[in-house]
Design a protein around this ligand. Structure first.
Ligand code: NAP
Length: 250
């Protein structure tokens, strides 16, 4: 019996990167998992296949979680696939870096619409589907919420907002037995990290130099903590933000 046997989990943005690893780790502990994606059907199908090949349960569901109608459909499809909902991982997020003079309303709204508004609306919809037994919501925030980086004012602000939302909703949802916590990773090697051009960057080298454990994270470093928050092991933990950064600190 896994720690999450009988549980149903939705992971947003799970076709690659941190979300894919979270989906696989939740499934390995027995959860039935909805692997959400926006455009990478092949990526999401590959995650589902890796899970089902190991005897786990997963389905891929396309939905743009910056859009309310898509969010409603995502949870309706979850209900028809598995009949209930216990765990939501709000992982889908984008990170774009621009210096002050290059910031545009589009740059602002694109990141806030997904990283903050999408996370709130997905949580709102999930809460309607979690029954009286309670549940667990995990927000994938970032260390930059508390330790902002140059050219990252908008992205950092989205994650500071996520931390505030998590803290407020932990109080609000406590009476419904719904716990809400966030994981706040430092730099993680993902597809998004590579396409942002960080792999060979000075930013990466500097991060490694100032990280006590001497490397950047791999997605599974984050996924293992998400399993903890999703499970009954964290049954008395809500409203926490766990920095996962190899010891790098604000
Ligand atoms: P990634 O490799 O770029 O993957 C992003 C995932 O989000 C993909 O599955 C993508 O789906 C999905 N996605 C993007 N827009 C979406 C939308 N509108 N609706 C639904 N899904 C959407 O990203 P990552 O590096 O794993 O980051 C995941 C989360 O961790 C983000 O919230 C990010 O801010 C946070 N984080 C990352 C790092 C890091 O260093 N990598 C550090 C701290 C925090 P498609 O492929 O279908 O587009």
């Amino acid at each position: 019996m896994g720690k999450l046997s009988g549980k149903v989990a939705v992971v947003t943005g799970a076709s690659k990167g941190i979300g894919a690893s979270i989906a696989e780790h939740l499934a390995a502990e027995g959860a039935s998992v909805v692997v959400n994606y926006a455009s990478s059907k092949s990526g999401a199908d590959a995650v589902v296949k890796r899970i089902t090949d190991k005897g786990g349960k997963a389905v891929a569901v396309q939905a743009d979680v910056s859009k309310l109608d898509d969010i409603k459909r995502l949870f309706a499809e979850t209900k028809s696939a598995y009949g209930k909902l216990d765990v939501l991982v709000n992982n889908a997020g984008i990170f774009e870096f621009l210096p002050l003079e290059a910031i545009t309303p589009e740059h602002f709204h694109k990141q806030f619409n997904l990283n903050v508004l999408g996370l709130i609306l997905a949580t709102q919809e999930a809460v309607k589907h979690i029954d009286g037994q309670g549940g667990s919501i995990i927000n994938v925030s970032s260390i930059v919420g508390k330790m902002p980086v140059a050219s990252g004012s908008v992205y950092s602000a989205t994650k500071a907002a996520v931390d505030a939302v998590s803290a407020a909703l932990a109080i609000e949802l406590g009476p419904k037995k719904i716990r809400i916590n966030s994981v706040n990773p430092g730099m993680v090697e993902t597809e998004g990290f590579h396409s942002a051009g960080f792999a060979e960057s000075d930013f990466r080298k500097q991060t490694e130099k100032t990280t006590p454990l001497g490397r950047i994270a791999q997605p599974e470093d984050i996924a293992k903590a998400v399993v903890f928050f999703a499970s009954d092991d964290a049954g008395w933990v809500t409203g926490e933000t766990l920095v996962i950064s190899g010891g790098a600190r604000a």
